[in-house]
Design a protein around this ligand. Structure first.
Ligand code: 21W
Length: 222
């Protein structure tokens, strides 16, 4: 649900999200609360009661738009700076659902009385964006990658960095020497067990150095 449906196609119909659709593992659409405005000017926002700057999304058109796309068992997620922080575990959990309705707020936010419509409130991090559209696409991308059959076997979601609770191990490709920098010798030893062990160690030390908070967290399922 968005006032800016034109923002979505180029992201949602590219790359992994496109492959998911081609395999019929996912489909998406937009609903615009402006189409549910009772007002002849198609008004969807109004000034905040109590005063103050900016505009607030009116509850009526928002609720009508969401309800027009509801199905039995759909989960309704409000993208909001006040939401629960989004992470890889939440992506895995949301990938179990059959229908997600992502509600993108604009202006100063939505009228508080629509909150009972939402099953969850999700934030993608502690920084200020202009609306919920970019967060909704971030969630859609991360969730799509968790759907069985979306990724190729090589980069299965469970072997990806955050699912292991660690940062990625360092990667190298040709040329073997670049600007005087060599690729670690062990990657040419041919012993796949040794290489896997080196990568595990490298991932651990990189995580300890750059993101010690990840090591203190419980490993995420799958
Ligand atoms: C940003 C709306 C700031 C409102 C009450 C009184 C969705 C988002 C968003 C936005 C404000 C997410 C106020 C990370 C984000 C989003 C738009 C400020 C002022 N409220 N994740 N005054 N960051 N942002 N409200 O911005 O809708 S998920």
């Amino acid at each position: 649900m968005t006032l800016f449906p034109d923002m979505f196609a180029s992201i949602m119909d590219a790359s992994i999200l496109l492959r998911a659709q081609e395999k019929s593992l996912l489909s998406w659409g937009c609903v615009n609360p402006r189409d549910f405005s009772e007002d002849k000017r198609r008004k969807v926002d109004d000034r905040p009661f109590g005063g103050g700057p900016g505009m607030v999304m009116m509850p009526g058109p928002l609720a009508m738009a969401v309800e027009s796309v509801m199905t039995k068992g759909a989960k309704v997620l409000c993208m909001s700076p006040q939401g629960d922080p989004f992470d890889d575990r939440k992506a895995s959990r949301l990938a179990q659902e059959t229908h997600l309705v992502l509600v993108c707020g604009r202006y100063e936010g939505v009228d508080e009385r629509v909150m009972p419509l939402f099953d969850e409130e999700i934030s993608i991090g502690d920084y200020v964006l202009t609306g919920g559209e970019l967060p909704a696409m971030v969630v859609a991308d991360a969730v799509a990658r968790k759907l069985p059959g979306v990724l190729k076997k090589e980069d299965a979601a469970e072997s990806e960095s955050f699912a292991s609770g660690l940062l990625d191990f360092p990667q190298y490709t040709r040329p073997r020497v670049w600007r005087g920098r060599e690729v670690p010798e062990i990657l040419f030893c041919g012993d796949h067990k040794k290489i896997a062990e080196w990568r595990r160690q490298s991932a651990r030390s990189a995580t300890k150095r750059k993101r010690p908070d990840l090591l203190l967290r419980a490993p995420s399922p799958r």
